[in-house]
Design a protein around this ligand. Structure first.
Ligand SMILES: O=C(O)c1cc(C(=O)O)oc(=O)c1
Length: 308
């Protein structure tokens, strides 16, 4: 793959570019596997980053994403609107339209979005909207505006993707459990993996999924959640050990409501940039059987994103 550039924008200080020349995974992905959480950034010269963004990334184009997909052995992608593009979904829609049906998308919209705009995004392959509650990434959007959006997009059969930190789940509980659609949680609701897996913080997340059969989870981002590593670099086959008990517990209890994604190009990582081939090698540690792997990587994402 070609190397990242910074386009017409100056990257946020300390920005880490995605890993160029990732290894070939040793884990053989099942046929039809979907990378169900990844992003495109710009390129900024063609699709400018949003004025309200909280960070300026390196460019990460659709061509670079599709090259990674093929290199790792995925068949398809679910591309999630990154916050650096705000509610301007042009880069996302362009990538979907260029994917020959091999990508679906999750957009970010405002209350002012028209039915015609929703329909056009649907035709391009958008199947969900993302509500973000991570304060370092977005400004606050009133919950009544989000609820109104959720009620509207339900008519297209779309779902809601939510991104939040585990400490905020109690406060967000009533809103999340009132959402009228399928709800997909990004990155397991960002548990603090330094806390016990059987402690109250993760128990609340498990209760959220157990009591609400419309709630799904992405068991993604060990590189973001891990405190002790080791990092997915230099051929490491046992990366991010501290995240495994959390993700495995979710995969094993809710095998039909889990998704996995690379999170390429890994926005805002400060410590290291993982080798995406080694991230794929993390999967069998959290989904140890062929059946769990097939549900996680093939059946679940296809049911949610390619059913219409
Ligand atoms: O934790 C993050 O910084 C992050 C950011 C974004 C985004 O900016 O959209 O998406 C993610 O999945 C994760």
């Amino acid at each position: 793959m070609s190397k990242p550039t910074s386009g017409d924008f100056t990257k946020t200080a300390g920005w880490l570019d995605w890993y160029s020349g990732p290894s070939k995974p040793r884990f053989q992905l099942p046929a039809g596997a979907v990378d169900a959480h990844c992003h495109v950034f710009g390129p900024g010269a063609e699709f400018p980053y949003a004025p309200e963004r909280k960070y300026t990334p390196c460019d990460a184009s659709k061509a670079q994403l599709f090259a990674l997909r093929d290199h790792l052995g995925f068949e398809k992608n679910v591309i999630v609107q990154a916050t650096c593009h705000g509610a301007d979904n042009r880069a996302l829609v362009d990538a979907l339209q260029s994917s020959k049906g091999k990508a679906r998308g999750v957009a970010t919209v405002k209350r002012s979005v028209s039915d015609a705009e929703i329909q056009a995004m649907h035709d391009a392959g958008v199947r969900g909207v993302r509500f973000n509650f991570v304060k370092r990434l977005v400004d606050f959007t009133p919950k009544d505006e989000l609820m109104e959006i959720a009620a509207r997009i339900k008519a297209w059969g779309w779902h809601v993707v939510i991104y939040f930190e585990a400490v905020d789940l109690p406060e967000l509980w009533d809103f999340f459990t009132a959402l009228p659609t399928t709800v997909v949680v990004d990155h397991m609701g960002r548990p603090d993996v330094a806390l016990p897996v059987d402690g109250p913080q993760f128990a609340l997340f498990q209760k959220f999924m157990r009591e609400h059969s419309n709630v799904w989870s992405k068991v993604s981002c060990p590189e973001r959640l891990s405190v002790t590593g080791p990092k997915a670099l230099d051929g490491e086959q046992n990366a991010y050990q501290d995240v495994i008990p959390f993700a495995k517990a979710i995969v094993e209890e809710f095998p039909d409501r889990v998704l996995w994604g690379t999170d390429w190009p890994h926005p805002n990582l400060k410590d290291h940039m993982p080798d995406d081939g080694l991230l794929v090698d993390f999967i069998p540690h959290i989904a140890p059987t062929a059946e769990l792997q097939r549900k996680l990587l093939v059946d679940n994402p296809n049911r949610l994103y390619w059913n219409s």
